[in-house]
Design a protein around this ligand. Structure first.
Ligand code: SAM
Length: 310
């Protein structure tokens, strides 16, 4: 393999067989070259990408799937996802990439690995490059409700991450708690010194075991990791005090109730959210369209939702 110059290939473009896929190239030879390389180096990402791409170009998506799956397994392994959870995480990302049937939420081990890896650059990336506005939008919407907000509320920040939403809601809190799957994100949140309690847990599991009642539950950019939001809404309803509120954002889906986008994040339809809220026992007070952040320089449309527990 070394003499063929393949062993050092790091992307499909640097791999010699890529040239064979160009117009006028010989795809049969390219496939043979990729397969030969993968026999020697089964985890060569350039060859995995190249062969998957080549097979898809020919409409052979089923044949491409094992190579795409292997690429996602390598990706989640690099994120530190434990071996036992690798297959589920890879399957989730494969469904996101190919439009296959997704699970009802992102696997917890994947979310934990993703945000543990992302934590060090999270604030800078979201605020500096993506113009992330969700915490401020939610806080402004909350103030506009005209509720008693002078240091009197018990607030739970679910999927609190590094604490960007906590910063916005701290001034309204008598008690501020946060829960998140990612220890590295929680460490950043703890560093802000604004939370009374921080819990490392999957949020639905945490809520189901939680004895405390909160006046306000906030989920800033967290439902993107849930497809079916009914279990989450039911669990939030249990911890919200009577006359309390649940504030959250979602990215907007125009057609399906929810759908998994190629980015590995779910989008939701407004009517679906209102239906789930109703089933959980909430009344939907607000469901406003809003721009949540940017992606590749384009605004990401979403909904800002306020639910009330009568
Ligand atoms: C995009 S970040 C948003 C963080 C924070 N709310 C903010 O506005 O900056 C999503 C956070 O939700 C957490 N998360 C996603 N799904 C979760 C789940 N099922 N249980 C607990 N935390 C979850 C992730 O670990 C991550 O920290």
């Amino acid at each position: 393999m070394q003499q063929a110059g393949y062993a050092t290939a790091t992307s499909p473009d640097t791999f010699p067989a890529a040239r064979l896929m160009a117009p006028g190239g010989d795809r049969r030879k390219a496939e043979h070259a990729y397969r030969e390389l993968l026999d020697a180096l089964p985890d060569n990402t350039a060859a995995l990408k190249g062969l998957a791409h080549l097979l898809s170009l020919q409409g052979r998506n089923d044949a491409a799937a094992p190579y795409r799956r292997r690429l996602w397994q390598l990706h989640v392994h690099a994120l530190g996802v434990p071996d036992v959870a690798e297959a589920g995480a890879a399957e989730f990302l494969l469904a996101a990439e190919t439009g296959g049937t997704p699970p009802e939420r992102a696997p917890a081990a994947y979310v934990e690995g993703l945000f543990d890896s992302y934590a060090a650059t999270f604030d800078e990336h979201l605020l500096g490059q993506l113009h992330y506005a969700v915490p401020q939008l939610l806080a402004r919407r909350f103030i506009a409700l005209g509720l008693p907000s002078d240091d009197r509320l018990d607030i739970l920040d679910i999927g609190c991450g590094s604490g960007l939403a906590g910063v916005q809601f701290e001034r309204h809190a008598r008690r501020l708690d946060g829960v998140d799957l990612s220890q590295n994100m929680l460490d950043l949140a703890r560093g802000r010194g604004i939370y009374d309690g921080l819990y490392k847990a999957e949020v639905v599991e945490h809520l189901c075991q939680c004895d405390r009642r909160y006046d306000l539950v906030v989920a800033a950019d967290v439902l993107a990791y849930f497809g079916d939001v009914q279990p989450l809404m039911d669990a939030v309803h249990k911890v919200v005090a009577d006359d309390g509120h649940f504030l959250f954002t979602v990215e907007k889906s125009d057609e399906a109730d929810f759908r998994l986008s190629a980015s590995g994040r779910y989008r939701h339809a407004a009517r679906y959210l209102v239906r789930c809220a109703d089933v959980a026992g909430f009344a939907c007070k607000v469901c406003d369209e809003a721009v949540l952040r940017e992606q590749h320089g384009m605004p990401v449309p979403g909904y800002m939702v306020v639910l009330h527990k009568p």
